[in-house]
Write a protein that binds this ligand. Structure first.
Ligand code: NAP
Length: 281
């Protein structure tokens, strides 16, 4: 009997991760004997966990708070992940660990048709943590003018200073409470403000959002945050973070299998898991 192919996600907390649902649904649709499991790994256990996975799994995802820490154990890190400074996908090639990052791909896929509009446009990014690093770089690379607003202004300035030099010119930093209504294409929320159970909170007021065409919240629990409610009331297009999570997962799969997934299967899996998660909340 051949061993079942094993994949995983490591993080802390990890109990509410939807990644096993997404990947295991894909395996079922492809008729594959493979399993994707979620492992809660404490910060001091990252190296031990990766050593265990090196012997047992073909690949794994990495989530909060280990995306930077895992890099110390990897044999190679691809250019994109190195530029972001964080890894979310590890591929195990016969014991050799390769690091990648598929969050930027997922972010742009979640933006859908609006990514065509980015060059030359004004974009506001809220938050200067791990996901903001990826989002800001993708937006600057696409040619938009980015304002990075954070509660702690110094952290935004630190993020800006760590960007590749050729991207730094397109970025301005400020504090969240300095934001005013303005004509702009896009606001992206990368803060956890509004995430369950704090569903009555929003990182910006409705007044601050005025003039925005599209509001993209990386949160997907709740499905529609208070920020997206404000945006919808103003007539803006609203996008949540679910497609980002889904498409980063599909890209990880393509890295592990070294081939594109059949688009019809991806569409069916998206429909099935989205209906399931949407029903939950
Ligand atoms: P992180 O590294 O901890 O950064 C969080 C950022 O939010 C920081 O800039 C922090 O500001 C700010 N913040 C936290 N609490 C705040 C508050 N009460 N008021 C104002 N600002 C606040 O987190 P992350 O990894 O970037 O993740 C952020 C969010 O994105 C989470 O909700 C996560 O679930 C979501 N996410 C979604 C996906 C997806 O696939 N959809 C992927 C990645 C992340 P300070 O610097 O001032 O502390």
């Amino acid at each position: 009997m051949t061993a079942q192919r094993l994949f995983a996600v490591i993080g802390d907390p990890i109990g509410h991760s939807h990644s096993p649902l997404i990947h295991n649904t894909l395996f079922r649709h492809l008729g594959e004997d493979a399993q994707y499991i979620a492992l809660r790994v404490r910060p001091q256990g990252v190296s031990a966990a990766q050593s265990l996975l090196r012997d047992n799994a073909l690949g794994w995802n990495v989530t909060i708070p280990h995306k930077a820490a895992v890099m110390a154990d990897l044999d190679t890190v691809d250019t994109t992940a190195r530029q972001y400074g964080v890894v979310n996908t590890v591929k195990n090639v016969g014991g050799q660990l390769q690091g990648y990052n598929t969050d930027g791909y997922g972010f742009l896929a979640g933006l859908g048709q609006w990514q065509q509009e980015l060059p030359g446009q004004k974009v506001l990014v809220l938050g200067a943590g791990g996901s903001s690093r990826v989002v800001v770089q993708e937006l600057l690379q696409a040619g938009s003018h980015v304002v990075l607003a954070n509660r702690n202004r110094q952290r935004a300035l630190d993020l800006a200073a760590q960007l590749p030099e050729h991207l730094q010119g397109g970025l301005q930093c400020c504090q969240l409470d300095e934001i005013q209504a303005q004509e702009r294409l896009l606001v992206v929320n990368t803060t956890p403000v509004g995430m369950s159970p704090h569903v009555d909170e929003a990182p910006l007021t409705k007044e601050q959002l005025q003039g925005t065409a599209v509001v993209y919240d990386l949160i997907y629990n709740p499905w529609r945050t208070r920020l997206l409610d404000h945006a919808a009331a103003l007539g803006a297009v609203v996008l949540n973070g679910w497609p980002m999570l889904f498409y980063q997962a599909m890209k990880s799969q393509e890295i592990w299998r070294e081939e594109a997934l059949p688009s019809a299967v991806v569409a069916d899996v998206y429909q099935e898991v989205t209906a399931f998660v949407e029903r939950q909340g």
